[in-house]
Design a protein around this ligand. Structure first.
Ligand code: PLP
Length: 379
């Protein structure tokens, strides 16, 4: 077993071995520009198009509806600003939630400075949005609804299909940030009834620096950057061929191993929770609703134990993250936990533990032992 045991897969994942092998030849030997008409150019173009088809297959869309970007943040920017700018003649109202990643909320804040009106919907104690609140927030000038598929901190899965039906009935574009859900739960764009969906490569065993945006055919969108015609002019610039190939392969592997990965992530997350509860008992509080949660995510507070103290105490043995930020001795709790109504004490005691597709029993048992020991010492 390698130490420290990594249990922060919602932060990022390692590049899958098969993904790395697929990328390698394009680092040196196959160096052509996909826009060139000679053979090494065409080979690169074909590789990019193969990757596009692999991504499309995972989320059940047409390859021409996939646009490669540099990351999920860029995909969210393209989706939200792109829809806002292309449809501002129809209206300037956007609906989102109070628990989105900054890659959505900061874009919305920027739009509000540009004269757009943003509604931030509340969530219940489990971090879930009520679709009825979405319906009630719709106005004549609403042009976009952007609600994340699953939350990065607590793992809560939103009722995307129900919201999608509401959006469709009202003819409003619907975007979901699926950075955390792709590869972990089903993300079929037709079943979810979404018009735009964000993918983050490095959360599903592709390397960092690559993302994608699904844009349903017929969606009115404006590009953020201007240049030559790559990605049908929606996201121009010479393609990041190597990373695009990586994302394609990662999607192929994710689709092939979907059931097995999901089962393993969930079995290890559940074993971890069972271990903690059996040894620490009633001092363990789970945030969110495990029945409606990503299979790999556990947001948990240990009564009277500072999350920062715990994470740093065990960091040479086990890597986890916290639900709060600590700068110059001051603790700021996460906006997600605040929106769920957690009090400061519990939010400051919250850690996020997220398992991966290869997390094994030995690692989990070691993590339980390490955390339990630390909680006892820090109490
Ligand atoms: C839900 C969600 N959206 C967007 C992002 C941003 O991803 P990136 O930093 O790769 O652009 C993250 C990363 O943690 C995320 O969890």
């Amino acid at each position: 077993m390698e130490k420290p045991v990594y249990l922060d897969y919602n932060a990022t994942t390692p590049t899958d071995t098969k993904v790395a092998a697929e990328m390698l030849p394009y680092l040196q030997a196959h160096f052509g520009n996909p826009s060139s008409s000679y053979l090494i150019g065409k080979q690169n173009k074909e590789a990019v198009e193969r990757a596009r088809a692999q991504v499309a297959e995972l989320i059940n869309c047409q390859p021409e509806e996939i646009f490669f970007t540099s990351c999920a943040t860029e995909s969210n920017n393209l989706a939200i600003k792109g829809i806002a700018w292309a449809n501002s003649d129809k209206g300037r109202h956007v609906i989102t939630s109070s628990i989105e990643h900054p890659a959505v909320t900061e874009v919305c804040k920027y739009l509000s400075l540009q004269g757009f009106d943003i509604t931030y919907l509340p969530v219940n104690q489990y971090g879930r949005i009520d679709p009825e609140d979405v319906e009630n927030a719709i106005r004549k000038d609403t042009i976009l609804i952007s609600i994340m598929h699953a939350n990065n901190e607590i793992g809560t899965i939103q009722p995307i299909l129900e919201i999608g039906e509401i959006a469709r009935k009202n003819k409003i574009a619907f975007h979901t940030d699926a950075s955390q859900s792709v590869g972990k739960i089903e993300t079929n764009v037709d079943k979810l009834k979404v018009d735009l969906l964000t993918i983050a490569g490095h959360k599903l065993y592709a390397p960092k620096g690559i993302g994608a945006l699904y844009i349903r055919k017929g969606t009115r969108i404006e590009n953020l950057i201007h240049g030559a015609g790559q990605e049908k002019g929606i996201r121009p610039g010479t393609e990041n061929v190597i990373h695009t190939i990586g994302l394609g392969k990662a999607c192929e592997v994710a689709l092939r191993d979907f059931k097995q990965n999901r089962h393993n992530m969930q079995a290890s997350r559940d074993r971890l929770l069972d271990g903690l509860v059996s040894k620490i008992g009633s001092r363990v509080y789970v945030n969110g609703d495990l029945a409606n949660c990503l299979p790999n995510t556990l947001s948990v507070a240990f009564e009277k134990v500072s999350a920062h103290a715990l994470a740093s105490f065990i960091s040479s043995e086990v890597l986890i993250s916290t639900g709060s930020a600590c700068h110059s001795g001051e603790t700021t709790i996460s906006s997600v936990l605040q929106a769920m109504g957690l009090d400061f004490r519990m939010a400051a005691a919250t850690v996020r533990i997220s398992t991966g597709k290869h997390t094994n029993i030995e690692e989990i048992d070691f993590a339980v032992e390490t955390i339990v020991d630390a909680v006892k010492k820090l109490t």
